[in-house]
Design a protein around this ligand. Structure first.
Ligand code: PLP
Length: 291
């Protein structure tokens, strides 16, 4: 498939593994839009690309780690839209490239590896500081990223609560802006990610609005997981046919299910955002997942 499917699918209510309390949980399948450019990354990138095109930029430059969904999505989307792309990657070049970086390269992305220290301050190699390059922040964080994420909720306003995973919080901010009257709850996939509320606030139209992020379901930190999470992913898939990724969406679904069982959402109609990221599962050992 070489185009992005803009028409989003919302599932029928799914049973969340014996969840209690008469909750109805629907899922917005943004993972279905494209096999590589999966999920929220396209939505976060769209207005950056539009701007780059308006400015006649030739090349997109962005940042990420070796397993970054943002890096691989940027590479694929640039290929589709006729931009060259460069990824500035955290850390030394490994002997063997991750699946993510291999796919990024196959989609034409040039990779620059920089030290972790240089990455921390987002130091840009001198040779890339040229006018034909357009820079996008790590994870697509920023006003344009949030504005793009807001377009996911187009026409979907009849829920009591929208639930999404949180990395940089760009998607959460976009959803909150799109859904000013409703409640949006984020689930952090990073440990002690307590700067996230602030980062989200900065992107809100209404800066005074309370940002709600649950910090309980990170499973030890970013990309950390255990047997319990893997079993949950397999069970969820068996019961609903929905595949999740272990970095973001599995933790989100697990968190939602736990809160449902605690009675937190009793009688409510929920929309869970499946934000994609399934390519990340390729870094798990073969046979871990049944999908
Ligand atoms: C990047 C990513 C997120 C996090 O999005 P933020 O806007 O950075 O919070 C959530 N889910 C998936 C699948 C992702 O790839």
């Amino acid at each position: 498939m070489d185009t992005i499917r803009e028409e989003l699918i919302t599932t029928d209510p799914i049973p969340l593994l014996n969840a209690l309390g008469g909750v109805q949980a629907f899922v917005l399948r943004t993972d279905k839009i494209h096999p590589v450019v999966s999920g929220n990354k396209w939505f976060k990138l769209r207005y950056y690309l539009q701007t780059a095109r308006k400015l006649n930029k030739k090349r997109i430059v962005t940042f990420g780690g070796a397993y970054s969904n943002h890096i691989v999505a940027t590479a694929a989307v640039c290929k589709l839209y006729g931009f060259e792309s460069i990824g500035i990657i955290r850390g030394e070049m490994p002997k063997q490239l991750s699946h993510t970086l291999v796919t990024a390269k196959q989609n034409g992305m040039k990779l620059y590896f920089i030290s972790r220290q240089a990455y921390k301050i987002k130091e840009i190699p001198q040779s890339l500081l040229i006018d034909e390059n357009y820079f996008i922040g790590e994870g697509g964080y920023g006003q344009l990223g949030a504005a793009g994420a807001a377009t996911m909720l187009f026409e979907l306003k009849s829920f009591d609560c929208v639930c999404c995973a949180v990395g940089t919080g760009t998607m959460l901010a976009g959803l909150m802006n799109a859904y000013e009257g409703g409640s949006v709850l984020g689930f952090s996939v990073l440990k002690n990610n307590y700067d996230a509320e602030k980062a989200v606030s900065l992107l809100l139209n209404d800066k005074k609005r309370e940002v709600k992020i649950n910090h309980q379901f990170h499973f030890g930190g970013y990309a950390k997981y255990n047997r319990q999470l893997i079993n949950f992913m397999n069970e969820l898939y068996t019961q609903t046919g929905i595949p999740t990724d272990f970095v973001y969406t599995a933790k989100l679904f697990y968190g939602v299910r736990s809160l449902i069982n605690d009675g937190y959402f009793s009688g409510k109609k929920l929309l869970i955002i499946h934000s994609g990221g399934l390519q990340g599962n390729l870094s798990l050992q073969n046979g871990t997942l049944m999908f």
